[in-house]
Ligand binder design. Structure first.
Ligand code: GUN
Length: 292
């Protein structure tokens, strides 16, 4: 069994970006800028957004950080997005999800210009993902494809099972693996799937994005399967420094002797999501600046 070291792959991606940004600075180019919008005070979202800014700044991006109270109106959020769409300094806009209850995610998200869509999840970019055309790819699926490629894991002809069909992970992941670049045979399961174990037990590559701590154990997987654990679940633990520990959607210790490759949590998919956000930000900037 081999651990898929997401941190290592993420570091490689970030090093390349940092070098590119140093070159751009040397050429006196404008500095690429990522703007984030966070509504409300969800602890996990606050910490994800903080990491995104920290990483962006460490690589040489500039950032704009908009933290809005969960009393803000939809119109006010949309006004902010429109301002950022027209702000010539801003290259990429990220609306942190999930939005608090009561906000229309679909409506607000799709106010982001597709040319500044850091997550690649507005209608146009998602349609390109669905059709297998070049465009901005959602960060977590993109990171998973990068980790598979780094470790030489082939997808062609394999049965890939994706559990979860969320906008930012499961759905785009299934579409990408099925396109003519990756050529996997994809099953996308959801909470209504009957006999899930029968399906996952046939998976050569199992991608788990359900948001339930240790949902998958060894009884769900095939001998030699590649396991990608997208879960980041905070589990209360009074003995832990932060008062919680992070667990994945897969029971790591239970599956390690059966899997051929597995992403750990933390240190697997998480760092890649952020690295790919940085890649997307740079890609949007390059497009705006006509840099090939
Ligand atoms: N919430 C958790 N992960 C993500 C992500 O990759 N993008 C956005 N916008 N929100 C998230």
């Amino acid at each position: 069994m081999q651990i898929l070291d997401g941190k290592l792959v993420a570091e490689n991606i970030k090093t390349k970006i940092k070098e590119t940004l140093e070159l751009y600075a040397h050429q006196n180019r404008r500095t690429p800028c990522l703007a984030t919008i966070l509504i409300g005070e969800n602890g996990a979202s606050l910490s994800y957004v903080a990491s995104k800014h920290k990483t962006a700044l460490s690589l040489g991006f500039t950032t704009k950080d908009f933290k809005l109270k969960d009393t803000v109106s939809e119109d006010e959020v949309i006004n902010l997005i429109n301002t950022l769409n027209h702000d010539s300094e801003v290259d990429a806009i990220l609306l942190q999800l999930p939005l608090p209850k009561g906000y229309n995610t679909e409506k607000i998200l799709n106010e982001i210009s597709p040319d500044k869509d850091a997550d690649g999840i507005t209608y146009i970019n998602m349609a390109k993902v669905a059709l297998g055309e070049n465009g901005i790819v959602p960060c977590t699926p993109k990171g998973i494809l990068e980790i598979l490629s780094f470790y030489g894991i082939q997808t062609e002809g394999k049965h890939a099972v994706v559990i979860g069909r969320s906008r930012i992970v499961g759905r785009p992941m299934s579409l990408l693996l099925n396109n003519t670049r990756y050529n996997a045979t994809v099953t996308c399961a959801n909470r209504h799937t009957k006999d899930l174990k029968k399906i996952t037990s046939d998976a050569d590559i199992l991608i788990v994005a359900v948001g339930q701590s240790e949902f998958i154990d060894s009884s769900y997987i095939k001998e030699g399967a590649v396991i990608i654990d997208v879960g980041i679940n905070r589990i209360k633990d009074e003995n832990a420094k932060k008062g919680y520990v992070i667990k994945g959607d897969v029971n790591f210790n239970d599956v390690i002797n059966k899997a051929s490759f597995i992403t750990p949590v933390p240190g697997g998919v998480g760092p890649l999501t952020i690295a790919c956000l940085m890649e997307n930000t740079l890609e949007l900037y390059n497009k705006r600046e006509n840099i090939q």
